[in-house]
Design a binder for this molecule. Structure first.
Ligand code: SF4
Ligand code: SF4
Length: 439
């Protein structure tokens, strides 16, 4: 079986054995639910409920605040307790709707949908927009916008990103094992929008069971294939995925659609299926709770707005002192300062580490070993970019293509001097982007 890949990258310990065989368990939250109004890229959602209102499961509580925005739905029944700022996992304070859970899980009617065969292109995109589906791999970009490129006929690939290259994460893996028909069904919905496209379900070769199941699930589908990718981090980053499957190269000034590609994450594609075929808005997602500090690593079907500390408790709590809790995985996720925050549409995992290799290793001077250059999947010179970062030399940073960094963290991972290269580069990228936005 041919495996597809990209240049550079690393092979970190993946920790997937902790939770890969744990079936998805639905979790019913106990405490208050907090729904941030910004859990997507774009304008914040606007509340359509007020303090004191009773809400039902699947009831819209906030409307999209513009075309690039997304509505928010209640995931429990109960009473709106407040609309006020709350901390989220990034450490930011975001205006949020707080719902007191009544524990009854009384449901609102589903989305109003036509049978799929009768839906036009606009109907399908309208339902996806109305359902609140956004990129659930971490970006949070509203999916209806991604599915509305200027020229749909030029799209010749729809890629479902099931690589799941981030260590410890197993939510996509469990979805493929347990819900393959939804992955294929969601992809068929998206292919309906792009008549010239072939669909590819892209999986790393360290997931043979998932590959077999997905191949069986799409054996009768003439427009869908399973693409087997070499196991290497960051294989699931959009640019690496597109390169591995199509040979095309994306850069920071382009969108995947410019190369004829649409890329959707595994959980996003099943949420599209739920919305368009079943009429269900986005109220839950699969979240992996794992890491050496967790007593019983688990995969939960978690309702949006559930408290992270509560999910950790549901996974048996900490069996040892946690040194670091990360929203996402250890390579591209971010360290959390507090676990009393809600899960959102983009929370794929909470990784609880018993050892913090980063802060326990002293940083020393660069020894010019070149390992960061070999590991960089974008062909950059991370050591030099980090020097520009130290001097705040934004011009030189851009001249040396610093904006092409995908913030994968491979350079930091391999650096024997333990230099926080990716973090330094990321900081300057933010500064350049802020300057560009001002202009
Ligand atoms: S410079 Fe950026 S793209 Fe290259 S390895 Fe470091 S974080 Fe990844
Ligand atoms: S890997 Fe670290 S020590 Fe080696 S060249 Fe890069 S920054 Fe310097």
């Amino acid at each position: 079986m041919a495996t597809l890949t990209f240049k550079g990258g690393v092979h970190p310990y993946d920790g997937k054995e902790l939770s890969k065989d744990k079936a998805i368990v639905p979790y019913l939250p106990k405490g208050d639910l907090i729904y941030p109004l910004s859990q997507h890229i774009g304008a914040p959602a606007a509340p359509v409920v007020a303090k004191g209102d009773r809400v039902l499961v699947g009831q819209k509580i906030a409307e999209a605040g513009g075309f690039v925005s997304s509505p928010v739905y209640a995931s429990v029944s109960g009473t709106v307790k407040a609309i006020e700022p709350h901390f989220v996992s990034t450490g930011a304070k975001v205006n949020s709707i707080v719902v007191e859970n009544d524990g009854l899980y009384e449901e609102a009617p589903g989305l109003s949908i036509k049978p799929f065969e009768e839906m036009s292109r606009d109907d399908i995109i309208g339902v996806i927009k109305e359902s609140g589906v956004v990129g659930m791999g971490g970006a949070g970009f509203p999916t209806h916008v991604k599915l509305s490129p200027k020229d749909p006929d030029k799209i010749d690939y729809v890629l479902v990103n099931c690589a799941e290259c981030e260590p410890y994460l197993t939510s996509d893996y469990r979805i493929m094992i347990e819900r393959p028909e939804k992955v294929v069904g969601g992809l068929k919905v998206v292919l309906e929008l792009f008549g010239n496209a072939q669909g590819c379900i892209c999986i790393e070769d360290n997931k043979p069971e998932a590959i077999t199941i997905m191949q069986k699930a799409c054996e009768k589908e003439t427009r869908i294939q399973v693409k087997v990718l070499k196991t290497k981090y960051p294989q699931g980053a959009e640019r690496m995925l597109i390169h591995a499957v199509t040979g095309r190269d994306l850069n920071s000034s382009m969108l995947p659609a410019d190369l004829g590609c649409v890329v959707d994450n595994c959980d996003t594609i099943t949420s599209i299926y739920d919305a368009v075929i079943l009429g269900k808005p986005l109220i839950s997602r699969v979240v992996t709770i794992s890491g050496e500090a967790i007593a019983n690593p688990s995969n939960f079907e978690s309702r949006m707005g559930t408290n992270v500390a509560e999910l950790i408790e549901a996974a048996g709590g900490f069996k040892t002192q946690e040194k670091k809790v990360i929203s996402g995985g250890p390579m591209m996720g971010f360290a959390m300062f507090d676990i009393e925050v809600p899960t959102t549409k983009t929370t794929s995992a909470i990784t609880c580490l018993a050892k913090d290799a980063v802060s326990e290793s002293p940083t020393t001077a660069c020894i010019n070993c070149g390992r960061c250059v070999s590991a960089c999947d974008e062909g950059l010179i991370p050591a030099r970019l980090a020097q520009f970062s130290e001097k705040f030399d934004l011009d030189a940073f851009q001249k040396w293509h610093g904006m092409e960094c995908v913030e994968c963290g491979c350079c930091s991972y391999v650096c024997p001097a333990k230099r926080p290269l990716a973090q330094m580069i990321k900081n300057v990228r933010r500064m350049v982007m802020a300057n560009r936005a001002k202009k």
